[in-house]
Ligand binder design. Structure first.
Ligand code: FES
Length: 579
C-alpha cells in the first residue's frame, strides 16, 4: 500500500484554483480580498492553500500553546511553498464546558467539515488534543476527505506536590476520596490543586486525550512519534513545523483520509488503545470515526482484539507512569515496534510511508514504563465488552483498572435516577449500602444525560471509605473520564432514557457481572420486567430548541459511536458552486 512515487497535481488541479485562478469577477473579488489582507499574488497563486483548524481559546488550558504552534505550522507551510490560513475552531475545553464536551463533539466535527468545504482550501492541519477535539476534527476531515494531517497537542508536564508525582484526573479522584475520608487536610488539598497542572498540554495520564492522540498516530494521521512529545518540549515546536511542511506535499500527492483509512488501520488503532490500557471513551470515538470512513466497526471488535493484545504501557490510571515518562521511554513508536508482530504494518500513513516503516528501529529505553511483549503488564483485557439482560447492545469495562475480586460479582442494586439524586443520597448515613452493593446511575446516556457526561465513576459512600473500601461495582449508561479507575461498567446500551433495561432496574434487585464470561445481567423475573415496563414514565424533553434539540433528535447510541444519524455515513456531498 506504499505510495512510493505518487502522481502530483498541477496548480490548475488545486481545489483553490476555482476560487483564485479562474478569470471571472468572483475570482477577482477573492484576489482583491486576499490583497486586502496584505498578500501579493506570489504569496498564494498556484500554491496549496492550507487551512489550520486551531482549537485555541482562553478557556482551553490544554491548548494554551496553540497560538505559538499555529505560527510554527505556518512557518513549515511557507517553507514548503504553501499558503497558510488559520481558521479558529470550536475549542471543546474538557474541564470548563458543561454539561459535557461530548454533547458538542459532533458540532465540532460538523464545523471542521463545513469550514473545509466552504473555504478555498486544498488541505488541512487539524490542531487538537483535549479529549473530544481529536475525534471531532478527524471525523470532519474524514467526511470532507481533503488531504489532512493531525497535530496532537501533546501532554502537559508531570504534576508535582511535595515531591509526589501527580497525574491529571487520576490523582484528583484518589486524593478527593482521601479528603472525603478525612485522611488529608484542606490545606494539603489546595497544594495538590495548584501542583497538578503545571504547564500547557493535555492531561498527562493515559486518559482520553493521550489515548486518542496515540490512536490518531496509529491510524496514520500524524507524523511518526508526534503523539508522545510533551507539549512543552522544543521538539513539539519542531514537529509543528514539520507537520506544516508535510501537508503541502500531501496536497500535491493528493493523499487523502480515504487513501489511509482501511479496516486494518482501525484494528491498529484499537490494538494501540488496548496495549496502552487506554480510555474507555476510545470505543465510542473509534466506532464513530470508522463509520464516517465507511468501515462498519462494531464494539465487539475491541473485545475480540482484547484477547490477543497484552497491556504494555504501565501508565496511570491502570499503572504507574505518566506521558512524560512514556516519551523518555521511547514513546508510541517504541511500543508499536515492540508489538509489531500484532500490527498490520503495511497500512499507509500521512508521511506517505507505511506504519511499519515509521516504527522500524525504535527502541524501548525504560522497560518499566513500556513492557516487553514477553513480560507484559497484563496479558490481555485492556477493555472488554459485556452483554446480557442489563445491556443487550453492550457495555464497556476496563478490567485492569478494577479491583480483581469485583470481576465476578453479584450484589444488590442501589439505583439513582439522576446525578443530583446520587449526590444528595450517596453520603447519607442511612443509605443501606455495603461493599457488595452495586451502585447504579441511569438517565445519563447520550440522550438522557444528555451527552453521556463522565459521571460513571460514582463516588464510594463516605461511610465505606472510612472502612477502607476503595472500589465497588458501579454501572451506568454514561461515560467515565479516561483518567478514572475502578470497577465501573459504562456505556450501557440501549440507555435507560430510550427504554433500555437499565430503566427497569430497582433498588434491591440482584445484579450479576462475570467478566470472564463477558456477562452483565439483572436477576429479575421476565414477568416482573413486563409489569415494570408498563409503568415506565416518558422522560422529559430537555431541549425545546437550538443545538440541543437537533442533538436529541439525531444522536445515536453508544454502541454506534454517538454520531448524528445524518452524519454517520460515507456519502458524497456536492462541492460548493463558486458564483
Ligand atoms: Fe484537556 Fe484533560 S482536560 S485533556
Amino acid at each position: 500500500m506504499d505510495k512510493s512515487s505518487p502522481p502530483r497535481k498541477t496548480p490548475e488541479e488545486l481545489r483553490s484554483h476555482r476560487w483564485y485562478g479562474v478569470d471571472n469577477m468572483r475570482a477577482s473579488t477573492h484576489r482583491s480580498r486576499t490583497a486586502q489582507m496584505g498578500y501579493g499574488r506570489d504569496d498564494y497563486m498556484g500554491k496549496p492553500v492550507i487551512a489550520i483548524l486551531n482549537t485555541w481559546s482562553d478557556l482551553s488550558s490544554c491548548h494554551g500553546h496553540f497560538r505559538t504552534r499555529a505560527e510554527e505550522v505556518k512557518r513549515g507551510i511557507w517553507q514548503a511553498g504553501g499558503f497558510p490560513v488559520e481558521l479558529p475552531s470550536f475549542t471543546l475545553s474538557e474541564v470548563f464546558m458543561k454539561p459535557t464536551t461530548m454533547l458538542y463533539r459532533n458540532l465540532l466535527a460538523m464545523e471542521a467539515e463545513e469550514q473545509l468545504r466552504a473555504h478555498p482550501v486544498d488541505g488541512a492541519v487539524l490542531m487538537g488534543g483535549c479529549d473530544k477535539t481529536t475525534p471531532a476534527l478527524i471525523m470532519g476531515a474524514i467526511s470532507m476527505n481533503l488531504p489532512a494531517i493531525y497535530l496532537p497537542a501533546g501532554a502537559m508536564l508531570r504534576g508535582d506536590y511535595q515531591g509526589k508525582v501527580l497525574g491529571s484526573g487520576t490523582d484528583v479522584w484518589k486524593y478527593w476520596a482521601e479528603l472525603r475520608a478525612g485522611k488529608i487536610s484542606e490545606c494539603e488539598w489546595r497544594g495538590i490543586e495548584d501542583g497538578i497542572a503545571r504547564s500547557f498540554g493535555t492531561c498527562m495520564t493515559m486518559g482520553t486525550a493521550s489515548t486518542m492522540m496515540s490512536a490518531a498516530e496509529a491510524l496514520g494521521f500524524t507524523l511518526p512519534g508526534a503523539s508522545s512529545i510533551p507539549a512543552a518540549d522544543s521538539r513539539h515546536s519542531q514537529m509543528a513545523a514539520y507537520t506544516g511542511r508535510r501537508i503541502v506535499e500531501m496536497v500535491w500527492e493528493d493523499l487523502k483520509p480515504s487513501d489511509i483509512l482501511v479496516a486494518e488501520s482501525f484494528d491498529n488503532a484499537i490494538k494501540t488503545v488496548l496495549a496502552l490500557s487506554g480510555s474507555t471513551n476510545a470505543v465510542i470515538h473509534l466506532v464513530a470515526m470508522a463509520r464516517r470512513a465507511g468501515i462498519p466497526l462494531q464494539i465487539d471488535r475491541f473485545d475480540a482484539l482484547s484477547e490477543q493484545v497484552p497491556v504494555l504501557a504501565n501508565m496511570r490510571p491502570a499503572g504507574e507512569y505518566l506521558m512524560e515518562d512514556f516519551f523518555y521511554a521511547g514513546g508510541l513508536r517504541a511500543m508499536l515496534q515492540e508489538m509489531r508482530s500484532l500490527l498490520a504494518t503495511d497500512c499507509l500513513t500521512v508521511n506517505g510511508k507505511s506504519l511499519g516503516d515509521n516504527i522500524a528501529g525504535s527502541k524501548i529505553h525504560q522497560d518499566a514504563v513500556i513492557h516487553r511483549l514477553e513480560e507484559p503488564v497484563h496479558t490481555s483485557g485492556g477493555l472488554v465488552i459485556l452483554r446480557g439482560s442489563l445491556a443487550p447492545d453492550g457495555a464497556v469495562l476496563k478490567p485492569v483498572a478494577a479491583e480483581p475480586h469485583l470481576l465476578k460479582h453479584r450484589g444488590k442494586a442501589i439505583v439513582f435516577d439522576s446525578y443530583d439524586e446520587m449526590e444528595a443520597r450517596i453520603d447519607d448515613p442511612d443509605l443501606e449500602v455495603d461493599a457488595d452493593s452495586v451502585l447504579v446511575l441511569r438517565n445519563a446516556g447520550p440522550k438522557g444525560g444528555p451527552g453521556m457526561p463522565e459521571w460513571g465513576q460514582l463516588p464510594i459512600p463516605k461511610k465505606l471509605l472510612r472502612e477502607g473500601v476503595r472500589d465497588m461495582l458501579r454501572i451506568s449508561d454514561c461515560r467515565m473520564s479516561g483518567t478514572s479507575y475502578g470497577a465501573c461498567v459504562l456505556h450501557v446500551a440501549p440507555e435507560s432514557y430510550v427504554g433500555g433495561p437499565l430503566a427497569l432496574l430497582r433498588t434491591g434487585d440482584l445484579v450479576e457481572m462475570d467478566v470472564a464470561e463477558r456477562r452483565l445481567d439483572m436477576l429479575v423475573e421476565k414477568r416482573e420486567l413486563e409489569r415494570r415496563k408498563a409503568e415506565i414514565q416518558s422522560p422529559k424533553i430537555t431541549y425545546a430548541r437550538g443545538y440541543g434539540h437537533l442533538y436529541l433528535k439525531h444522536i445515536g447510541q453508544a454502541d454506534e459511536g454517538c454520531d448524528f444519524d445524518f452524519l454517520a455515513r460515507n456519502a458524497a456531498v456536492p462541492e460548493p458552486e463558486i458564483h
